[in-house]
Design a binder for this molecule. Sequence first.
Ligand code: FES
Ligand code: FES
Length: 183
Amino acid sequence: MSHSNLRNLTLTVNGKEYNVTVEPRMLLSDVLRDELGLTGTHVGCEHGICGACTVIMDGRAVRSCLAFGVQADKAEITTVEGLAEPGGDLHPLQEAFWEKHGLQCGFCTSGMLMSACHFLKENPNPTREQIREGISGNLCRCTGYQNIVDAVEMAAELMNKNKESVEGPSDKKIIHSRGEVEV
Ligand code: FES
Ligand code: FES
């Protein structure tokens, strides 16, 4: 194999900058797992169906098995390893998945958490129906989804409570994702 096609990438993952040299055909999921050792990102179907490999890249939820590593050059990525606080405190989503038993085997969980994280950023006050839609791109073969919906609902409450304790009560108005304002 000729190495002339190797490409150098610089990417920031969970706040840390990495430089790696990879083949252009290498998938982002493989770069994360094999080159950076971040094996929290799981690979299930490897063709965009299960959502297990979901990460957040430049603010968007992305299936890392459908992106090449070279597409992440200069990107900012968050993987499940970056969800908890640096001091070890769990992210409200992790807290809620634990509390509500939102996982069994855990294979889908990292992707589910990352999709839910992006979803709650877009829609901080979702209905249960919206939660179902928000996680509909992630397959879970164990839980029947009920506890996952409960967990995302609880995480939304926790996150709104945290926000309130930082910014003060938000009883003035709620701005929904589509821009409607509720007073
Ligand atoms: S492994 Fe990427 S969507 Fe299934
Ligand atoms: S917890 Fe097993 S696949 Fe979701």
